[in-house]
Design a protein around this ligand. Structure first.
Ligand code: ADP
Length: 490
């Protein structure tokens, strides 16, 4: 019988270290609020270096036994964790909506998406093969085996409070690493609930440790991990400046890093595209989580001959989106995460308008709904010098750029330091092959806007980072290869 919890039973506000719930050593706490109303949901432990160190100590003690457990024993624990997450999908989905703001259907969808990584890596845990290398010299046997890298520090963002941490913890635990983690200060509660379920699933004390911290204290807490030689790997999802900082600051102990950083995804609509399919694909990929995802299209390029028609079709769909609190069953877009996010969106829109763009729908905050709402927006006549062309807007704003030919749009699409996702719509098979090869991104959606899957390798190129999450490649980031050479055999 798998335990099913109510939302309130899942709310934990302490750190989880060495199998126990403990307050921060300083006794400090910080408030986590509902972005729809600004009301305080919980006062979470506000950790510093002492708490980070205690987590690492526990992870170090737990490492030998977990590393030496049979893969199928670790897999069994992960399978139980998966079952608990799925059984509690409603309550976890509500918790995501409460602290992050996305509509409940999306929150529940995120739970199932995050759970799919746990199931995937439970299965992959038993398939970490090495190689017997063909003999090179008589009397010598050479082989390569894969070993867990050691203690992993996981640092995650607020936009997918469950999925981002699940897809880091699951592969780490699958191969026998132990974990210390810090979720984003806006949304620590879902991660703490996930850890509570992991403990119930049988993850041994010390194998998985999670600390909360305000933005202010996170820097010193995480710094302890960056400088501690026992922590062998950092896995991070977040902004490019913070990713670069982590790489720089951890260089002293030469850790392995996986960095899933910012994007600035182009979405290209060629004149030979099925326009209805392109609009549907853009709606699905752009407005998920209110436009607050790193794979969201940020720049939409439409070929001149279909520009006005596409803009009309899109504007009708965007104007009909229902913006409401996550608790409204019809909500399609909830509040943005915080006031800082709304301010950035507003800044991008007014900069575009000042430089000659036209607002086709939206273009303003929806203050009547609450503090953090912004209207879904379509902007026509966008140009490369506008801020929304160079930076991720991270909100429900679609800027439409006009282009004339394929070479021009590929140049424009690649003219960014980022390289996470790109999308394009065309029905010409030769063009599909050409464009897919030339786009400089880690992920490419071809006539498809919803591309994420636990079976696919997720990750970027250029300043969008390195490392891959999910798929058969996702374990490699948590493994090191050891070469064994045995002599004297003849
Ligand atoms: P966002 O802009 O989406 O908040 P960030 O990259 O700022 O993205 O944050 C992602 C994660 O990194 C969060 O958990 C945040 O607390 C953490 N973080 C941000 N700055 C630092 C820092 N200097 N040191 C350690 N962690 C940080």
């Amino acid at each position: 019988m798998i335990q099913r919890y109510e939302l309130n039973d899942l709310i934990r506000a302490d750190n989880f270290i060495d199998g126990k719930w403990v307050p921060a050593a300083s006794g400090k706490r910080f408030a986590v609020t509902d972005p729809a109303t600004g009301e305080v949901i919980a006062q979470v432990a506000d950790s510093g270096p002492a708490d980070a160190r205690a987590a690492t100590d526990a992870a170090a003690r737990a490492l030998p036994a977990w590393r030496d457990a049979l893969p199928k024993e670790r897999a069994a624990v992960l399978h139980r964790w998966h079952a608990l997450i799925v059984e509690n999908a409603d309550a976890l989905g509500r918790l995501i909506s409460l602290e992050q703001g996305k509509p409940f259907a999306e929150g529940r969808g995120e739970v199932m998406y995050g759970a799919s990584y746990v199931a995937w890596f439970a299965e992959e845990a038993t398939r970490v093969y090495g190689d017997l290398i063909p003999q090179q010299q008589r009397g010598k046997r050479m082989s390569a085996v894969k070993e867990p890298i050691g203690i992993v520090a996981a640092i995650t963002p607020w936009n997918f409070p469950l999925a981002m941490i699940a897809r880091k913890i699951a592969p780490a635990l699958a191969v026998g690493c132990t974990v210390v983690g810090k979720p984003a200060e806006d949304t620590p509660l879902t991660a703490l609930a996930l850890v509570m379920l992991a403990h119930e699933a049988g993850v041994p004390a010390g194998v998985l440790n999670l600390i909360g911290a305000s933005r202010e204290n996170a820097v010193d807490a995480v710094k302890d991990w960056l400088e501690d030689g026992r922590v062998r790997k950092i896995t991070f999802t977040g902004s490019t400046p913070v990713g670069k900082y982590l790489a720089r600051e951890s260089a002293g102990t030469l850790k392995k890093l996986s960095l899933e950083l910012g994007g600035n995804a182009p979405f290209i609509v060629f004149d030979d595209a099925d326009l209805d399919a392109a609009v549907a694909g853009l709606m699905a990929s752009k407005f998920r989580n209110g436009g607050q995802t790193c794979v969201c299209p940020n720049r939409v390029y439409v070929q001149a001959s279909v520009y006005e028609k596409f803009a009309d079709l899109l504007t009708q769909r965007v104007a009909a989106l229902k913006v409401a609190p996550a608790t409204d069953p019809d909500a399609q877009i909830g509040p943005m995460i915080n006031a800082r996010a709304v301010e950035k969106i507003g800044r991008h829109v007014s900069d575009a308008v000042q430089r000659g763009a036209r607002v086709l729908t939206g273009g303003k905050p929806l203050a009547e709904l609450g503090p953090n709402y912004y209207a879904p927006t379509v902007i026509a006549d966008a140009t490369p010098e506008m801020q929304l062309s160079c930076e991720e807007t991270f909100g429900p704003v679609v800027p439409l750029f006009r282009f004339n030919d394929e070479a021009e749009v590929i140049r424009a699409a690649n003219d960014t330091p980022f390289g996470l996702a790109s999308y394009f719509y065309s029905q010409n098979v030769r063009r599909i092959d050409r464009v897919a090869r030339r786009l400089e991104t880690g992920l490419v959606g071809i006539n498809e806007g919803a591309i994420s899957s636990e079976a696919a390798p997720f990750g970027g190129v250029k300043e969008s980072g390195y490392g891959r999450e999910g798929s058969k490649y996702g374990l490699d980031d948590y493994l090191s290869i050891k070469y064994l050479c045995q002599g004297g055999l003849e």
